[in-house]
Design a protein around this ligand. Sequence first.
Ligand code: MRU
Length: 374
Amino acid sequence: MTENQNTILQYETVAYLPGERAIRIIDQTLLPGTIRLILLRTAEEIREAIYLLKVRGAPAIGVTAAFGISLLTEGALPAVEDDTPERHAENYEALRSFFLDRAAYLESARPTAVNLAWALRRMQSVLDSCGSRQEMTMREICALLREEAYRIRNEDVEVCRRIGEYGLTLLKPGDGVLTHCNAGQLATIRYGTATAPMYLAQERNYGLHIYADETRPLLQGARLTAFELSSAGMDVTLLCDNMSASLMRTGAVQAVFVGCDRVAANGDAANKIGTSMAALAAKRYGVPFYVCAPTSTIDMSLETGEEIVIEQRPAEEVTEMWYRERMTARDVKVYNPAFDVTDHDLITGIITEYGIARPPFTESLRALFKEPQG
Ligand code: MRU
């Protein structure tokens, strides 16, 4: 399906179509030129869509994985011979082993964004809770999995909105805000994380000036952030990644807001490659640097960012993609990590759905997870 580009915000980033036995996504590799909605039905299609960044952004791939594993597990139901409580034990064993196999396959698509593993673990814990419930049929278990997938999706909207409300308390009308990559609606279900304060500011006539880093090599800033924010009517200016220090030096930027893929317990935050350069420049020019992080992206099992696995991507993304012809000699080696880790001492605050964590993050993040949250 191809539509006018001004309508991008009307499409759901990820939708579950049970009637069609499919997940529907916007193929983000074609944006902004073409809005094409595609259906994913098999484990291979779902994994490939995540690996190729047809659907991308930590929360969106978490939701895709949740819908995906629910869809695939339901697809295994016709093979269940006698779906009665009497056969619970045998059928459950087979269904669980099918689930674990497909979940491991989906999880292998991208290693850095913790939401992928997090969403699959959440789904698995629903499945595990059914093991001892002898009265349940496999169909009933699949219905619970589907409910959990919808819950993960719906929670994402609320989490992003709350991050937006907290983030907005850090801004004044007329401020300039720089962002990197796309932590927008296209990376979530609604609002985005780093863009949530911008969407709320837009509703409240703040008149912000948004600066979007282009984000080499896959251009999520140019292709996605500039596209969705301008579609929303915001004042957005695109710049190449190597221009952000010069922009900050002029005093045009009052805050940097970025998303993240995984935050370690000490506040080190992995996000799209180039984020740490923006943080270094922000520190130099006294611009506050905020990481917008749903608590699902905070991985308290890792002490520091050293332990975060950084995805390496194919060389062609740097040498050929987007160019009419190869832009470097054939034998040149290429360094192409998809993410970098911003050291915690460059981060002013981590904005979560439960509030803004401030340094020392080892304490403030631990407190977030300890206190009962409303
Ligand atoms: O490689 P991508 O496009 O999936 O990288 C996305 C980012 O780095 C985002 O900033 C992050 O996932 C947060 S999205 C709310």
